[in-house]
Ligand binder design. Structure first.
Ligand code: NIG
Ligand code: FE
Length: 403
């Protein structure tokens, strides 16, 4: 497709700060990339396109990027939801063999067809709110076969739907049931280190993640996983300082992690470390909300240290059954005191960086033509509404998709 979109409110995010809006702007999309963007009044005379469309002032943003999800799983956690409402904590449920492990049981009992169909429905909901790129983690299989199945389902989603998928292996999510008991954590980590090259050889890994927490893995165990990933040349990320400060962020920074995610308990040393390593802080407001966490991530200190902040749904059946990127942006503003502009950057340019992608997240010449067209007057409305579901149109890789 070669098409010119005219008379749009183009939110380019092309500079370090500010919306960088081109009012009465135009975007020339050529094949899968943006050929030119600028004022409608200065469209180059040489521009050659097959069709043009007047957007009548509609807001155009980069397609949204959900850089942290656990989209593939069986079952649900509604019983746990009721338990937690009665006052049982997330950690107590995990210690009792519920939580992540209950989803592992349900995932292992599901066929890949069932996993694919359920994940597809969730992904369609996310796309209806502007998502054009998504990261999907494994982590509910916890055996070589079951982790591979979940990662293959993630790859299949990108074949069946017009969306980019990045896959992350989170086998280090919790200790697999087969390894419970004394020393089981270390043995399980050793097993995961044997699986990673096999999963990588099948082309299933864009990144490797871990859960560094008292109820999951300690720093030494995460170090072994990260060292294996590093030997394979796979970038790493970490669920860090979600429920307590385990100093996982410093460890992740040592390995040049793409991102550290959650971060409610991140301290000054952790901020300094990730600022130095250029690691993105991925904040997950709906997980914070759903477990009724009281401690906010240190947003103003991250900002002051120049750490890029991304946002994501963290969609998972336990702590974040959320399928609304726009609600995430609203929560980031209300709960974490981010600005609407920071919220949009968090789901576009900074989210791209958290996935190691430099070809998207902004509307600039040469970038991938992933665009969301919104029936709004100003981009701040994206973070303002609660459950308003503005009907967006999506251009993915230069093609308009119907949802
Ligand atoms: O990102 N923190 C660990 N993992 C998920 C929750 C997984 C679950 O409870 O099933 C998260 O919040
Ligand atoms: Fe997560």
């Amino acid at each position: 497709m070669s098409k010119l979109f005219r008379h749009a409110t183009v939110v380019t995010l092309s500079t370090q700060e500010g919306w960088s809006i081109i009012s009465d702007g135009a975007i020339w999309v050529n094949d899968d990339h943006i050929q030119w963007v600028g004022k409608d009044s200065s469209i180059p005379l040489s521009a050659a396109y097959d069709s043009e469309e007047d957007l009548e002032g509609a807001v155009v943003t980069p397609g949204l990027i959900d850089c942290h999800t656990h989209l593939i799983y069986g079952g649900d956690r509604t019983e746990e939801f009721e338990e937690r409402l009665k006052g049982v904590s997330y950690a107590e449920i995990a210690h009792g063999g519920g939580g992540i492990l209950s989803t592992v049981r349900a995932t292992r009992a599901s066929s890949s067809e069932v996993l694919l169909e359920s994940a597809k429905k969730r992904l369609l909901s996310l796309m209806q709110e502007g998502i054009t790129t998504i990261e999907i983690k494994s982590g509910y299989g916890l055996s070589l076969d079951s982790e591979a199945t979940c990662l293959r389902v993630a790859r299949q989603l990108a074949i069946e739907l017009p969306v980019s998928v990045r896959t992350t292996c989170l086998a280090a999510h919790t200790i697999a049931p087969e390894f419970s008991g004394e020393g089981g954590g270390d043995s399980y980590v050793e097993a995961v280190c044997h699986w990673l090259p096999l999963l990588d050889a099948e082309g299933l890994l864009d990144a490797v993640d871990g859960f560094c927490e008292e109820i999951a893995f300690n720093r030494q165990q995460i170090r072994r996983i990260f060292s294996t990933a590093q030997r394979l040349g796979i970038p790493v990320k970490l669920h860090a300082e979600q429920l307590s400060n385990q100093h996982g962020a410093e460890l992740a920074a040592e390995f040049g992690a793409l991102s550290c995610d959650h971060l409610e308990y991140l301290d000054t040393a952790g901020i300094k470390a990730i600022a130095k390593s250029g690691t993105v802080a991925v904040l997950l407001p709906s997980a914070f909300y759903a477990i009724r966490e009281k401690q906010c991530p240190p947003v103003s200190d991250l900002r002051a240290a120049g750490v890029p902040i991304a946002l994501a749904t963290d969609h998972n059946p336990g702590t974040s059954p959320c399928l609304s990127p726009l609600l995430i942006m609203n929560m980031a503003c209300i709960l974490f005191r981010m600005t609407p502009e920071e919220a949009l950057r968090g789901m576009t340019v900074n989210a791209a960086r958290a996935l190691g992608l430099s070809d998207r997240g902004k509307i600039v010449t040469g970038s991938r033509a992933d665009l969301a067209i919104w029936p709004l007057d100003h981009p701040r409305e994206l973070a303002y509404g609660i459950g308003q579901h503005p009907q967006c149109r999506l251009i993915v890789g230069g093609k308009e998709v119907s949802l």
